[in-house]
Design a protein around this ligand. Structure first.
Ligand SMILES: C[S@@+](CC[C@H](N)C(=O)[O-])C[C@H]1O[C@@H](n2cnc3c(N)ncnc32)[C@H](O)[C@@H]1O
Length: 292
């Protein structure tokens, strides 16, 4: 950089948006909590500012306050969806928390082997790595059955990515080589990428579900994966979410949560099986909402 470059105001874009004020943070925090359960504790001001500043600037707003008013006033819901996408954490990977898949294969899937079709729900599936991991595993463990994965998330952007099922090279690195060759086809690069094969893609269906709002479930699942989302909710919201998920489990069905999301501090009707795995009683109906 020359001295002249440094003095040229056109050399870098000036950020004229004032820093996020405490009142603006509180407004955004309340909106995020109300709409999708995100519990933004104080101390997260910098994170919120960093994640939303790009939207404030690209939308041509002069302040976080102006942006916030726009989100509230946008009746299409698009601005709110954009805010949720920016604030939610989408981090995921193939075979994440591998002992869950081992337990599923060894202890749960054998009990489903007599069925001609098996459907599992991946709730908060993010960009799909969990969905496809489950699909690969079910195809291996229960060949010649009809396999279905119901995949849901609050983020339309994540769902779109998941449904496309196209993953850059580096995101496929944790996959066993046999899975990569059996269930993916390489896409012409660069950048190098792999796409889940059409036969497996047809086994998953994608839908937007906000876990903190009431939703109507038409069917019960023998297994639900809902991992690494409740960590962002407060206790009350976790109870509500688990209650609603439990109501979507078959008697004897399993709920897998993230290892950082122990349900020991909340009240629920599920039985503890092992860390981060819970089971609905074979006999008693877990009801939602629970009667107090
Ligand atoms: C960290 S990812 C977890 C992905 C995957 N389950 C895993 O464990 O790797 C969390 C996902 O939860 C989604 N999410 C956040 N709040 C949600 C809500 N209220 N309802 C449904 N999904 C939500 C986010 O969009 C994000 O894709």
């Amino acid at each position: 950089m020359t001295r002249t470059d440094a003095m040229d105001p056109g050399w870098m874009e000036l950020d004229t948006v004032p820093p996020l004020a405490q009142q603006e943070f509180d407004q955004i925090r309340q909106l995020a909590y109300r709409t999708f359960g995100l519990d933004l504790k104080s101390g997260k001001e910098e994170l919120v500012s960093a994640r939303l500043r790009r939207l404030v600037r690209s939308g041509g707003f002069h302040s976080f306050q102006e942006y916030y008013r726009h989100v509230l006033g946008d009746s299409t819901g698009e601005a709110l969806a954009g805010m949720i996408d920016a604030l939610a954490t989408n981090h995921t990977s193939f075979l994440r928390e591998p002992d869950h898949f081992q337990f599923l294969r060894q202890h749960v899937l054998p009990s489903l082997a007599t069925r001609s079709s098996v459907e599992i729900w991946s709730a908060a599936c993010s960009t799909g790595e969990e969905v496809w991991t489950l699909a690969f595993l079910l195809n291996e463990a229960l060949p010649s059955r009809t396999i279905r994965i119901a995949a849901t998330d609050i983020s339309n952007k994540a769902l779109k990515f998941a449904e496309r099922a196209l993953y850059p090279d580096h995101r496929c690195q944790g996959l066993p080589a046999e899975w990569l060759s059996r269930y993916f086809s390489p896409e012409n690069g660069p950048p190098h990428a792999y796409r889940v094969c059409p036969r497996i893609r047809t086994q998953a269906s994608f839908r937007r579900i906000n876990l903190v709002k009431p939703y109507v479930g038409h069917r019960l699942f023998p297994v639900i994966f809902c991992r690494n989302v409740m960590i962002y909710f407060d206790r009350e919201t976790q109870e509500q979410v688990v209650g609603q998920l439990a109501a979507c489990l078959e008697p004897g069905g399993y709920l897998f949560v993230g290892h950082a999301e122990s349900l020991t501090r909340i009240s629920h009707a599920l039985e503890y099986v092992r860390p981060a795995v819970y089971r609905k009683s074979e006999t008693r109906e877990a009801k939602w909402p629970r009667s107090s």
